[in-house]
Design a protein around this ligand. Structure first.
Ligand code: F6R
Length: 242
């Protein structure tokens, strides 16, 4: 594991974005695994700026997002398709047909999960998987529990996850109770995993995930086993590492 601690969020966003820029320069047709939520917004801004400066092109890249809420159509402002379009895709030159996000409104969710896995398989290995971390140790929407899934599946969101994500909705009741998420097997098969964590409120969980026991009760703890894990923390999230 490579652990990098940054003095301020801007330095962290720039470093994470540059990791992706370097990858795309070496491998223009790289397959990227992408996350949503508060953490990557600054990284996507830095990537947008790099594309504007013509430092990098996404024209031959492909992307697979980790997850999507069940029941939210792509034009719902809290859907992850809407988020990705707003924060990244419409500002860069990635062909829309090479951006993949599960369809949370599919009539048959099981079949949608299978379709997503087939797409992932056809794309080959994910070159770089960008991950955030939930307060309860989730990655994607792989929530703590007695067992974890390897493949894409429908996950029931933990009350803590719904509470944390209520900030993106008008009322807490509107937060969907389920999501489609990539499984741990797909996340783990990525050549490189880039875990980005910010804020003092995540200091305990990121420390537990990276130094504590490996357990399904903290899905991110499995990342300790990945051969190429890069961790980027701001000062707040790194508080327990000092
Ligand atoms: C988002 C995702 C989640 C988030 C996590 C942290 O696609 O899969 O695992 O990365 O909930 O969210 P933020 O960054 O909002 O704290």
């Amino acid at each position: 594991m490579k652990l990098n601690i940054f003095a301020n969020p801007n330095l962290l966003h720039e470093a994470a974005a540059q990791t992706i820029v370097r990858l795309l320069r070496q491998k223009p047709d790289a397959v990227l695994g992408l996350a949503t939520g508060g953490t990557p917004v600054g990284i996507y801004e830095a990537l947008t700026a790099a594309v504007r400066r013509r430092e990098v092109s996404f024209a031959r890249a492909a992307s697979f997002n980790l997850d999507e809420y069940v029941g939210l159509p792509p034009d719902h402002p809290a859907s992850y398709r809407f988020y990705m379009d707003q924060h990244l895709f419409r500002h860069i030159d990635i062909p829309p047909e090479r951006t993949h996000i599960p369809d949370g409104c599919a009539a048959d969710l099981e079949r949608e999960c299978e379709r997503y896995d087939r797409l992932l398989q056809a794309a080959g290995r994910i070159d770089l998987m960008l991950l955030g971390l939930g307060h309860n140790g989730h990655i994607g929407f792989n929530e703590p529990g007695r067992a974890l899934h390897s493949k894409t599946h429908v996950a029931v969101l933990h009350p803590q996850t719904r509470e944390a994500n209520a900030r993106f909705f008008c009322t807490p009741e509107e937060v969907p109770t389920k999501a489609i998420t990539m499984g741990l097997g797909s996340i783990f098969s990525a050549r490189t995993i880039l875990l980005v964590v910010k804020g003092n409120d995540k200091a305990d969980i990121v420390h537990r995930a990276l130094t504590g026991p490996i357990t399904t009760e903290c899905p991110a703890s499995l990342l300790q086993l990945h051969p190429r894990l890069v961790v980027m923390l701001d000062e707040g999230a790194a508080a327990r590492f000092k």
